[in-house]
Design a binder for this molecule. Structure first.
Ligand code: NAD
Ligand code: UD1
Length: 340
């Protein structure tokens, strides 16, 4: 199959590009490298032993995107490109709508011109409302609490309307929970710019000596040990989830949402214990107050993905800790000093 990935040089996109190449698909990557390095693509080429095309294009540049799709003529597009920092999306709300919503509209128009009718979209568990307790099934109320989350919910709606607007279109909306870990090679991984917002990259930088200590945000939640509980999904499992979604989307003429998680909630303290046991490293940390906007618990109901995609997570959190640490150790500056 010919698959075009927007944002294919990013954290999840690079692991998915590798998985697609290994599964024998032909890929093309579109990325403007706003949050990634072009070095990633050469590493994916080396790991897969295969070459593929790539273009430095902004998804908001409708003309360039349309020309690119018209030339490659993909059977399916996987749409990762976008802005993803929840806190930043509050002061930068309009920029988030421009890139995430506007960029998706120019992508759908480019797909129409290239007669590409299948789309897989990177959505997020952050769209679920938290008034009702987890696990969150796909029909859980949608009530995002940040501009970022609202862009994801809006794009889901736009894509669903795009599917309904003409025959033979199909879409899969993948709602990721908390992606962690790296390819076991240690050649590709998460390379956040500046101070990491998310738990695992922060832990890795503390252990690497780049940050003094982890601040554990809250120990008074209604969770087994009071610290925040999340559903951490290994990025390699996530990449496999896209292969399953690709098989599914090619045979559907509807728009369907799927959670990609493990179905298991893990607290921050449990993450630290697992990390220390897996790597033998100590994570310096201190308990502080809750982070504004955080929820106590977010865990996926994964039954639908198992039933319809035939997919479920296989890697353990210990695997994710070990592979994340392997990536961090081999690449102390990520993909290069230009990053910071
Ligand atoms: P990432 O930032 O590593 O990857 C996104 C890629 O898109 C980057 O390579 C970036 O350069 C590119 N990009 C950004 N704006 C672009 C534009 N205008 N034109 C072209 N390329 C552009 O992020 P990620 O963690 O790999 O996330 C991928 C997708 O998954 C995003 O849509 C994100 O919202 C979604 N998601 C991520 C998480 C997570 O925790 N990582 C969770 C839920 C959903
Ligand atoms: C964040 C985003 C969410 C996004 C998700 C995955 C917010 C409010 N939500 O969620 O939209 O989908 O990332 O990328 O930002 N923690 C600490 N110390 C830290 C960092 C985190 O204790 O330095 C705790 C948090 O309080 C939480 C857990 O670790 O309990 C996970 O945090 P994080 O990795 O930021 O993910 P989310 O909060 O789930």
């Amino acid at each position: 199959m010919k698959v075009l990935l927007t944002g294919g040089a990013g954290y999840i996109g690079s692991h998915t590009t590798l998985a697609l190449l290994r599964a024998g698909h032909d890929v093309f990557v579109v990325d403007n490298h706003r949050n990634s390095s072009p070095v990633v693509l050469d590493r994916v080429r080396a790991l897969s032993g295969r070459d593929f095309g790539a273009a430095e294009i902004d998804i908001c540049d409708a003309g360039a995107l349309a020309a690119c799709l018209a030339a490659f003529r993909p059977d399916c597009v996987i749409h990762f490109a976008g802005l993803k920092a929840v806190a930043e999306s509050i002061p930068e709300a309009v920029e988030y709508y421009r890139v995430n919503v506007g960029g998706t509209i120019s992508l759908l128009q480019a797909m129409d011109l290239a007669e590409c009718r299948k789309l897989i979209f990177s959505s997020s568990a952050t769209i679920y409302g938290t008034a009702l307790p987890p696990p969150f099934a796909e029909d859980h109320p949608i009530a995002p609490s940040s501009p970022y989350g609202r862009t994801k919910a809006q794009v889901e709606q736009i894509v669903t309307d795009w599917v309904a607007a003409a025959d033979h279109r199909g879409a899969v909306l993948l709602r990721y929970f908390n992606p962690v870990g790296a390819d076991p090679s240690g050649q590709i991984g998460e390379d956040p710019r500046g101070i990491p917002n998310n738990l695992m990259p922060y832990v890795l930088q503390v252990v690497a000596g780049r940050r003094e200590e982890l601040l554990v945000f809250g120990d008074d939640y209604d969770t087994p040990d009071g610290s925040g509980e999340r559903d951490y999904i290994h990025v390699v499992d996530l990449a496999r989830g896209h292969i399953a979604a690709l098989d599914y989307v090619m045979t559907t003429e509807a728009s369907a949402a799927f959670n990609l998680g493990t179905g298991r909630g893990v607290t921050v303290r449990e993450v630290l214990r697992t990390f220390e046991a897996a790597t033998g490293c100590t994570v310096a940390h201190r308990i502080v107050g809750r982070r504004p906007g955080d929820v106590g618990s977010s865990v996926a109901d994964v039954a639908k993905a198992a039933r319809l995609l035939g997919w479920c997570a296989q890697e353990t959190l210990a695997d994710a800790c070990l592979s994340g640490w392997n990536w961090q150790r081999r690449n102390p500056d990520g993909y290069g000093p230009h990053d910071r």
